[in-house]
Design a protein around this ligand. Structure first.
Ligand SMILES: *Cc1c(COP(=O)(O)O)cnc(C)c1O
Length: 385
């Protein structure tokens, strides 16, 4: 198998797995307990907090552990919204569902939601953001790197605009972390979401960076863990693994980025060179270093996925979360794509364990599969396949 769906999830790093095992076996204490078992577990999660903080240049006290990117996003949105009933909240039309769904709920609960448009490369225009800010805007949430087409948004420009009006800025950086150097102090963001399983850590753990001085209302109440911001006994093993994944990501960041970019560029150029009627979607330069998003005209993306799987390639049409629902991508719709362009889309996302041999194999298989599907395509005449 060739795994090219690293935007959906990644392989756990061997060192990460190893770091977790003691906390699943002999070190089972509750981090809140006074005895040594408890103290050991507590120490382990504080070490992980530092490892995570270091990756984004935050202070450990600014890291809140969550169950993943989805919970981090929900916590940021509800955490600020609850303090500002009825206020305006601005987001973009290409966010992950973990932003869009809570936003829809907030809209039903009487908040004034604005969904900013994007251009045909998936970019949000900072000027449009500026024009939509109002006196009663409490929060702006715009993603760092898009999970489908890979477009990287001008976060620094958004922050600058929000700062002038003292409006809180959140970004969903789940796809960007480990692929773009992120320094929260330099960027000036107030809130930032990350997830462990997108950077070779375990699933079901993530973090929300909350800048010192920013106050949020807790969503989950109980025993008062995480300074009362997220009750529930900490997922110690997962947190330890997440910390290790962040440490490894930090150490290898430059190397990982250049490796992923090299493989990505090689694969992308080869596909476009060797297969006709293919379009690269998203922004040509400002994109995540591991993302290729293509439209194969005259091909159905779902059929393509099934065929690729048969030949040993794991890919995606875009969002893992919408596969079961089989709805047209809201991201591609917001980018103004036609039905045909949306139908023929394929996302290939590189990970740190991919290699050149796999890229060559992928092109060969893709060539054959696309040819096969096009030979029975209803668009056969139109494109003269
Ligand atoms: C994967 C993803 C999420 C959800 O993260 P989980 O940890 O799977 O809940 C949120 N936002 C983006 C952009 C993602 O890619």
């Amino acid at each position: 198998m060739i795994y090219l769906d690293n935007a959906a999830s990644t392989k756990i790093h061997e060192d990460v797995l190893e770091s977790m095992i003691p906390y699943l076996k002999e070190q089972y204490g509750n981090p809140s307990s006074i005895h040594r078992y408890g103290r050991q577990a507590h120490k382990a999660i504080e070490k992980a907090r530092t490892q995570i903080a270091n990756l984004i240049n935050a202070d450990p006290s600014e890291i809140l552990f969550t169950s993943g990117g989805t919970e981090s996003n929900n916590t940021a949105l509800y955490g600020i919204a609850k303090k500002n009933p009825g206020s305006r909240i601005i987001t973009s039309s290409i966010e992950h569902d973990a932003i869009l769904e809570p936003c829809k709920k907030l809209e039903k609960d009487g908040f004034d939601l604005i969904y900013l448009p994007v251009d045909n490369s998936g970019m949000v225009d900072p000027l449009i953001l500026k024009n939509n800010l109002s006196e009663n805007t409490s929060l702006v949430s715009i993603m760092f790197g898009n999970n489908e087409v890979g477009t990287v948004e001008p976060i620094f420009d958004f922050v600058t605009i929000c700062k002038e009006k003292k409006i809180i800025f959140h970004t969903d950086a789940v796809q960007a972390i480990g692929k773009i150097p992120i320094d929260v102090k330099e960027l000036g963001v107030d809130l930032l979401s990350i997830s462990s399983h997108k950077i070779n850590g375990p699933k079901g753990v993530g973090a929300l960076y909350i800048k010192a001085g920013i106050s949020i209302d807790p969503v989950i109440l109980g025993g008062g863990q995480e300074n009362g911001l997220r009750s529930g006994t900490e997922n110690v093993a997962n947190i330890v693994g997440f910390g290790k994944a962040c440490e490894l990501s930090q150490i290898n960041l430059v190397k990982n980025i250049s490796k992923m970019r090299e493989l990505r560029d090689y694969l992308s150029k080869k596909i476009i060179h060797e297969i006709s009627e293919v379009v690269l979607n998203g922004h040509p330069e400002n994109r995540l270093p591991n993302n290729i998003h293509l439209t194969f005209l005259g091909v159905n993306g779902e059929d393509l996925l099934i065929k690729l799987d048969e030949y040993g390639i794991a890919a995606s049409t875009g969002s893992a979360c919408s596969v079961q629902i089989q709805k047209a991508s809201h991201v591609l719709q917001a980018m103004g794509f036609s039905h045909e362009q949306i139908t023929g889309s394929l996302r290939l996302t590189i990970g740190i364990s991919n290699n050149f041999e796999e890229m060559n194999k992928t092109v060969e298989i893709l060539k054959n599969v696309v040819k096969e599907l096009r030979s029975v395509s209803p668009f056969k005449e139109k494109y003269n396949f």
